[in-house]
Design a protein around this ligand. Sequence first.
Ligand code: MRU
Length: 345
Amino acid sequence: MISTLRWEKNKLKLIDQTELPLRFVYLDCADVSSIWKAIYSLKIRGAPAIGVAAGFGVYLGIKDSPAKTHPSFKKDLGRVLSYLATARPTAVNLFWVLERMRNLVEENKDKSVSKLKRLILAEAKEIMAEERKSSQKIAFWGNKLIRDGDRILTYCNTGRLATVGYGTALGAIHYAKEKGKRMEVFVCETRPFLQGARLTAWELKQNKIPFTLICDNMAGVVISQGKVNKIFVGSDRTVANGDTANKIGTYNLAVLAHYHKIPFYVFCPLSSFDFKLKTGEEIPIEERPSEELLYIMGRRIAPSGVKAYYPGFDITPGRLITAIVTEKGIFKPPYIRTLRKLKNG
Ligand code: MRU
């Protein structure tokens, strides 16, 4: 199995996802700014993978701090956390990891600065191990929703590249393949950055799972023709009422699923839940540079001077979601109270 991220010799080695599928190259990040740039530019992407990368980013940002006392170390740490928090606003995994690091240092006030640095690195490794386990469990539970012969439509990339394990929505599909189930997968290309066409197609091809690529605006007709019997997507942030932020275009699919009466499943680890927010309206939505919309693979597709609007995510109302698949199982409404309890232990 490919590993999206690896910690090796004090560097974070990650697959540069902007180069796929044309080139398979690793990028070495040896400092916090290269991690920030990799997250911002989508070289590493997908909510769980962003969180894991940020954990190592915290260590790289703090490892050379000259601080000798706890208060000055905390100040340096605060700067690193605030910096990483600006990389991408929507995936809550990033903020969950930064908060976890802040709490870790707070809870270990009595420890020396060098011990704190070691604890931060150990925590980053622990987060990676936890996310790997979660993604295996999500795949396990998700497989229970798949019947032999299913025709599943998926969006963006929620596979190995977006996590540090099987994946979430796509992870279930990988797992079902291992269990011998036959499926046909419809992959939306996911304009404008083409995570579906470039990354999901690449992963499915590697795993020899039959699939058909469609443009995003073909989903309606393909569903109306009965070619799809369920939809699997991921989440960047799911809030207290079940509203879910995911790649722009996910909402369209949820509406289509509702209209055509097919189930719409969201897959995510508990680290992608934000119970502090009551509704999706409170979720910060990333606005990406319009160049990403105006250019495809480096080539301009609209006349110069054209104005473009590119919110990176949309909100799917919780009431359009049939069930949410997490590492703790499959939750149908009213699921949120149970999930909150599970997340907070
Ligand atoms: O902008 P991206 O590629 O980071 O967006 C990714 C998604 O929207 C995924 O569906 C989500 O992060 C879940 S990944 C398991």
